[in-house]
Ligand binder design. Structure first.
Ligand code: WTA
Length: 710
């Protein structure tokens, strides 16, 4: 769900990322439901979006019995807690932080004097794997199941299921950590993790955390080139991978991509990777470099079962996670230990209202932030039982998710709008076949959810009885920022409703002035929060410029700029409208237009490219590329296919354009800037209503509309 939740699905695809573009342009959002455009509305179009949003006035308060049993039971209680979190953050966060175990207590809650660099829980020491595992061992949770894993293959109709109690998971993580230590990996070493969705992925993260190594998980659907970039940028000395993972009945190989990435790194002169630790999952053939490569199962034979957690300073880095911004190169978002863990713990506890007898399933991939915070760190810090599934939602059939919910009696289910739209398309019968009476709470994340999908989710999956938490947040925020609290909020289809504790969210204009309720504007976060990003790896300037400079000239240097447009209704509910920058949201995956453009122009036959989103009923947004070829194009279809594959190789299959239009010119301003808003309208088949007087050559619009569509 930056999608990151297991996205929709397509038939016979060989890569889990591929379903992101599987449905291309099948149908249009606007044609079927009355929701706001899902694509990022540029500020000039916000008023149109708002009108359609206002049409949505259905409201679903929680049932009295749900509220009665919930941690936060009433609007008044929420309000009181929120006020305290904003006006007395030391009291609120000091108390919240004391609910997780510290190896050394912190001296102060927040130091914001060096803004935008926050210091949370200064003086304190802790270890994330200790918070997730060791703390439970002295309690009755020690033998509680922490992780239920279901593999994709179903030989003889029986799925592969593995369960780990907290005690067992602790032991596995300690052994894993000792394997890393034996290879010289320790505090501060960066480790790339490129894995399928198997328990060893979570163990790898926790093992790094245990010894103070910094993990950088790279989504398994990214290409060798993307992995190479991330290895080099982070200076990763080790890569943890698997031979492959299962995806729709076939092996998705991973180790070969690691090998290729390392060759590419070496070609750059100084490859930092000294160790490749490989999990044997599928048994596919892999090349082997004996001085560098290690099979995990072999290395585990000779290690101890004990491994003391490394005491980490609260502000020591826990992980890097790369995400796309509006310029080409992905950003290594830095999260540190104390604030992140407190945020993950508290948001999981309140937003999912987790109970000891809940079976919680977040369908995200660990390659995304949702997989970090709401599969690994948040649920385990709360001592929850969680489900992890390896494969595609339509393997071996389109009811697989519901079968899993039924089999394991899932009670809290968290997925992405794009997946919900795929389920809708596959038909109600799959849902109806399963007994979903164990479900009590549903969640979504990754992109705005259209009301039709929301209502379907509520009725068909939730049986009309489960509250839906539509959670807005980002890789950068580390945890949920705006979301209903299930026992409190009257939910509305398409609204993420209210700010979480400690979140001072506002809708402001370009100068940082708060706008009246109902007006669309820019979302701003006006105060620091514990799980906030601490930087961009190796690029302080970009950190300041991207997130903290939007309103600096207006005297508000410490307002955080998330890059989303939103509005707030008179009841105080937030409605997220999408990105206002050059970031695309395809199936909840965050991609940068510039990144895709530079992948296209890196192909010899392309001189210039412009990439824009087009609304798509299934994937939210689909990628449309306008491409100027370097010579004459003999076979447009073949060229388009070749370019799509090229983007797949450069970035990953999830970034391949749904449509590529070959053109001889692009619309530019007189100063030479590509006018993407015009291209957006053309790609969507909309009338161009914007001002075109700044266009250098107005005749180009007709050419673009008429031609080159392949
Ligand atoms: C979008 C994902 C509307 C938004 C956790 C944000 C959403 C970006 C929602 C972050 C939601 C995420 N409603 N939009 N509930 N959740 N978004 O970093 O544009 O992968 O800025 O983190 O996804 O994506 P990221």
């Amino acid at each position: 769900m930056r999608g990151q939740l297991t996205p929709g699905a397509g038939a016979a695809q060989d890569n889990r990322a591929e379903l992101d573009d599987a449905y291309g342009c099948s149908f249009r959002i606007g044609a079927t439901h009355s929701c706001p455009p899902i694509h990022a509305p540029p500020p000039s179009r916000m008023s149109e979006s708002i009108e359609s949003v206002l049409a949505e006035d259905r409201s679903f308060p929680p049932s009295p019995s749900f509220s009665e049993a919930a941690r936060v039971k009433s609007r008044e209680q929420y309000q009181r807690m929120w006020e305290e979190s904003i006006h007395e953050p030391d009291v609120f966060w000091g108390r919240a932080a004391s609910e997780i175990p510290w190896l050394k207590p912190f001296d102060e809650v927040l130091d914001w004097s060096d803004a935008p660099f926050a210091r949370w829980f200064g003086g304190g020491q802790l270890n994330a794997s200790h918070v997730c595992l060791d703390q439970h061992l002295e309690t009755e949770r020690a033998d509680k199941v922490a992780l239920i894993f279901e593999g994709e293959p179903t030989p003889d109709g029986k799925p592969e299921i593995r369960k780990y109690t907290y005690r067992e998971l602790h032991r596995e993580v300690c052994r894993f950590a000792n394997v890393l230590k034996a290879r010289g990996i320790g505090k501060g070493t960066r480790v790339a993790i490129y894995m399928p969705m198997i328990p060893e992925a979570a163990m790898a993260m926790l093992a790094c955390a245990r010894i103070g190594a910094i993990h950088s998980v790279v989504f398994g659907g990214f290409s060798a080139s993307s992995l190479e970039d991330r290895i080099l940028d982070g200076g990763c000395e080790a890569v943890i991978t698997a031979d492959g993972g299962w995806r729709r009945g076939t092996v998705l190989p991973l180790k070969p991509a690691v090998d290729e990435a390392i060759v590419k790194c070496a070609a750059q002169g100084n490859c930092p990777v000294k160790t490749v630790l490989c999990v044997k999952r599928c048994g596919n053939d892999v090349a082997w470099e004996p001085r560098r490569d290690v099979w995990l199962h072999e290395a585990l034979e000779s290690v101890e079962e004990e491994c003391e957690p490394e005491p980490m300073e609260s502000e020591d880095v826990l992980f890097l996670l790369y995400t796309s911004g509006s310029t080409g190169k992905p950003k290594g978002i830095v999260h540190t230990t104390g604030g992140y863990m407190v945020g993950a713990y508290l948001s999981t506890r309140f937003v999912f209202d987790l109970r000891d007898d809940d079976i919680y399933w977040c369908t995200a991939d660990v390659g995304w932030i949702t997989g970090h915070t709401y599969i690994v760190y948040g649920p385990l810090a709360n001592g929850a039982t969680m489900v992890m599934y390896e494969g595609a939602p339509n393997a071996p059939h389109e009811g697989r998710f519901w079968e899993i919910c039924d089999r394991h009696k899932v009670s809290v289910f968290y997925t992405a709008p794009t997946a919900i739209r795929a389920f809708m398309k596959w038909g109600d019968s799959h849902v109806e076949k399963a007994d979903l009476s164990s479900l009590r709470l549903l969640g979504t994340v990754g992109e705005p959810i259209n009301p039709a999908a929301w209502i379907w989710y509520r009725d068909k999956v939730g049986g009309g009885r489960c509250p839906i938490v539509d959670t807005w947040w980002q890789t950068e925020t580390g945890g949920i920022m705006i979301s209903p609290l299930p026992g409190v909020s009257a939910t509305k289809p398409g609204s993420a409703t209210q700010p979480f504790f400690g979140v001072d969210a506002a809708i402001v204009d370009e100068r940082g002035k708060e706008l009246p309720d109902g007006r669309g504007g820019l979302l701003a976060i006006r105060k620091p929060w514990p799980s906030m990003l601490r930087g961009i790896w190796g690029d302080e300037e970009r950190f300041r410029a991207t997130y903290w400079s939007k309103w600096a000239a207006s005297g508000k240097p410490h307002y955080y700029f998330p890059g989303d447009g939103a509005r707030k209704d008179v009841e105080g509910n937030f409605w997220i409208m999408g990105r206002v920058d050059d970031v695309l949201n395809v199936s909840g995956h965050r991609l940068s237009t510039m990144e895709i453009e530079s992948a296209l122009v890196s192909h010899a036959s392309v001189v210039e490219a412009a990439v824009v989103p087009r609304p798509d009923d299934l994937t939210g947004e689909a990628i449309v590329a306008f491409v100027i070829p370097s010579g004459s194009v003999a076979d447009a279809q073949a060229t388009v296919e070749e370019l799509r594959e090229h983007v797949g190789v450069e970035i990953g299959k999830l970034a391949r354009p749904a449509e590529i239009r070959i053109t001889t010119r692009l619309p530019k301003t007189r100063s030479g800037k590509i006018m993407r808003r015009l291209l957006r309208a053309i790609a969507s088949g909309d009338d161009v209503v914007q001002d075109t007087t700044t266009l250098e050559d107005p005749t180009i619009l007709d050419e673009l509309r008429a031609g080159g569509k392949a």
